[in-house]
Design a protein around this ligand. Structure first.
Ligand code: ADP
Ligand code: MG
Length: 718
């Protein structure tokens, strides 16, 4: 194979011209949910009784009636075949953080050799994939290798189309033969039930009729796009999802012109296809824009019920990558694909609804506001008590490059409320505010016989540096990495919120017999106590400021900068006890999860070290050596020609290249030996190797440099 010419890739980009949209592609959505076995499809393809029962399971979480399984399977099959499906798969979310599918054809052959299209209730409800090749963190050794996938009817089946066919996908949970969870969906579902129970308990105390509870999530997804040819010529991107070398160009993101900038035609064509694909899958993609770093973008959907939102985000990550390829690009979901510019995160907008009432929305009437303040206090308490587990939910080999790097929240978990709301919380149960005299009196919150000023309904103050910000009617958790599943954070959030809501409910139950004034007096005391004890976790200042680290330490907040240290919080006695008490994880399940994350982290670092060494040894060193030889040759020629001019310059050049060859050689050796050591040694050796390689990039003849450069990958696209 000849030398890779970066020029060829650049020429291809240069020749891009925007294709004129056809009438077809301009036609509007209309197709929303076309590939989803939604209510309309259920009613059309199932017998009436089966449809009603299935819809009750979906809407009201009634247990599934197993006698309808065959009818449902049959209707689903007919529907899917109509959309071109030849296969079905149980679609699940193993612990490696991605999604898994194993396809089976709707095929049986009868005695006379004829093909039949079959799909039974049994096929729908249960699968038995071999679990032994999925990470299980030891559960597999103790228990059986067989695994189960079981249908989750609350997340609708969908059809995934490809160029010449389609597959029916059935969202499922995944567990071991003996019932230990091996996936991310099961604990999420468990945590949702737990929070539902606690919320109902609390709402009853406020005299509300029973309503369905739904936890809601709107995940904002950041990503990068790079030209596919560039990508394919970066072994580091192909193998690890991020660049391990690359000298940041003079212009990167300092002009601040990319964020919300005009979207380029090739990118917009991609986004349009992307939205259309997502809409067909029933994913309510809503917002699209350029992000801060060059070649970085964001997509955000309308929020949905949590379990569905998580499935949809997993699917969105999948569709992003597929559609990018169609447009000659590769979508990078890694948290830090490029050094020197911002990395990518995933903002989790989280809230709880009780019937139609958003519990995190300050409202017009006093009761809503009292409920709002109670839930708010519960969340503050939860985050303060369990900041370490929240932090643990953000740990990954990729996310470590982003957290705390002045572009993403620090490794310290705190809550942003804004000055106004903080002040109001601090007033609860304390000084009486002025007696309401104006027309807005009815908007005042009455707590403990004292009135508080009306709640700010529009939180206009924003803080982009906080890891956990109240944004007017929801909390936004910003520390998750772009490639991470949302399940980890949300499962944790639900459980700790449930625990704190229960804490308050238990105290309130003792007051339940009291009259309204005494009840509110008692509630005010409980909330005041919570605010007093846990207000240290509230921080409205600049989370990027170096002083915050010291301040946080002074306040006694956990400052867990190192990933491994942070991950350990998952398996402290408190954490094991909490998750077990709430039935979200058994001890064995949580310990196994810890093992899986630990192992994954080490493996990823080791792969990075390995590929860094390969690139340095067989792509960079030869080029630098070639330059050295040329410089030596030039120096020799100058001498032989008896020239004085150029003799010193070429001597210097040869000497500089000689030094580079030596340094590079030395760093490669260090890298090699670090690969036998622990992950910190590998990370350090990679940084030292990178420093020399990036220096070499700046001096080596541009035509010889084998790797696409940052200035090309980040700035040259359609
Ligand atoms: P930002 O300024 O942070 O981009 P947006 O208004 O665009 O905020 O909202 C971000 C996300 O929050 C969207 O996905 C939106 O649907 C979601 N969101 C809005 N309200 C709620 C809610 N009650 N629960 C969960 N997510 C919500
Ligand atoms: Mg946001």
């Amino acid at each position: 194979m000849g030398h890779y010419s970066r020029e060829k890739s650049i020429d291809k980009i240069a020749s891009y011209s925007e294709a004129l949209p056809s009438g077809e592609s301009l036609r509007q959505p209309g197709e929303f949910g076309k590939y989803v076995f939604n209510e309309a499809a259920i009613k059309r393809y199932l017998p009436h009784r089966a449809a009603e029962k299935l819809l009750a399971t979906i809407r009201d979480r009634q247990p599934l009636d197993p006698t309808i399984a065959d009818d449902v399977a049959n209707g689903m099959k007919e529907w899917a075949i109509g959309l071109g499906a030849t296969h079905f798969t149980h679609w699940f979310q193993p612990l490696n953080g991605g999604t898994a599918e194993k396809h089976d054809a709707f095929l049986d052959v009868n005695g006379t050799g004829e093909a039949l299209q079959t799909f039974s209730g049994k096929n729908l409800i249960k699968g038995e994939p071999d679990a032994s090749s999925f990470p299980s963190g030891g559960l597999r050794c103790t228990f059986e290798a067989r695994g189960y996938t079981a249908w989750d009817p609350t997340s609708p089946a969908f059809v995934k189309r490809h160029a010449n066919g389609a597959t029916l996908c059935i969202p499922t949970i995944f567990c071991s033969y003996t019932g230990e969870v091996l996936d991310k969906k099961t604990p999420l579902l468990r945590s949702i039930s737990v929070l539902e129970r606690s919320v109902k308990r609390l709402m009853k105390l406020f005299g509300l009729d029973e309503q369905p509870v739904s936890v809601t999530l709107g995940p904002e997804q950041e990503y990068f796009l790079v030209d596919r040819e560039f990508y394919l010529h970066r072994p580091d991107l192909v193998q690890t999802g991020r660049t391990l070398f690359g000298s940041p160009p003079p212009r990167h993101q300092q002009l601040e012109d990319h964020y919300f900038g005009t979207i380029r035609p090739g990118i917009l064509a991609f986004m349009t296809d992307l939205d259309r694909e997502l809409w067909r899958l029933g994913i309510p993609a809503k917002t699209r824009h350029n992000e801060v770093a060059p070649a970085q973008f964001e997509i955000a959907p309308i929020f949905e019920e949590l379990n569905l939102a998580v499935d949809h985000n997993m699917l969105t990550m999948d569709v992003l990558q597929r559609v990018a390829l169609r447009h000659g690009m590769v979508c990078l979901l890694h948290e830090k694909p490029f050094a020197g510019v911002n990395g990518s995160g995933k903002h989790n907008n989280w809230s709880i609804a009780y019937g139609k009432r958003n519990l995190l929305e300050p409202g017009d009437e006093p009761r809503q506001n009292v409920i709002f303040l109670t839930v708010l206090a519960a969340i503050i308490r939860a985050v303060d008590l369990h900041a370490d587990i929240l932090r643990a939910s953000t740990v990954s080999a990729g996310n470590k490059h982003r957290l705390g790097a002045n572009e993403a929240p620090p490794a310290i978990i705190s809550v942003f409320l804004g000055e106004q709301l903080t002040e109001i919380l601090e007033k609860i149960g304390k000084e009486p505010a002025d007696a309401p005299t104006d027309a807005h009196a009815q908007e005042m919150i009455l707590l403990g016989g004292k009135t508080l000023p009306p709640l700010p309904k529009d939180a206009t103050d924003r803080n982009r540096t906080s890891p956990f910000a109240f944004t007017g009617n929801k909390f936004e958790f910003r520390a998750c990495g772009s490639s991470q599943s949302c399940a980890g954070f949300n499962m944790t959030m639900n459980t700790i919120a449930a625990e704190s809501i229960d804490y308050i409910a238990e105290k309130l139950e003792r007051l339940a017999a009291a009259d309204s004034a005494a009840f509110h007096e008692g509630l005010a005391k409980i909330l005041a106590e919570i605010v007093e004890t846990h207000k240290r976790v509230i921080f409205n200042g600049n989370n990027y400021a170096p002083e915050w680290v010291d301040e946080a330490r002074r306040r006694g907040l956990p400052v867990l900068q190192k990933s491994m240290q942070a991950l350990r919080a998952l398996v402290t006695d408190e954490s094991l006890e909490l998750f077990e008490r709430y039935g979200v994880f058994t001890r064995a399940e949580l310990l196994s999860r810890f093992e899986v994350f630990l192992e994954e982290y080490h493996r990823k670092v080791k792969i990075e070290g390995g590929i860094a060494l390969e690139i340095a040894q067989n792509m960079i060193l030869p080029v630098v050596t070639e330059e050295y030889a040329k410089a030596v040759g030039a120096y020799r020629a100058a001498n032989e020609a008896g020239l004085t001019e150029g003799t010193e310059g070429t001597r210097q050049l040869a000497a500089d290249y000689g030094t580079l060859v030596d340094e590079l050689n030395q760093k490669c050796r260090e890298m090699k030996s670090a690969l036998n050591g622990v992950h910190e040694e590998i990370i350090d050796a990679m940084a030292r190797l990178r420093e020399v390689v990036d220096r070499a990039e700046q001096v080596v003849n541009d035509e010889l440099w084998p790797l696409p450069k940052y200035r090309e990958m980040l700035f040259l696209y359609n």
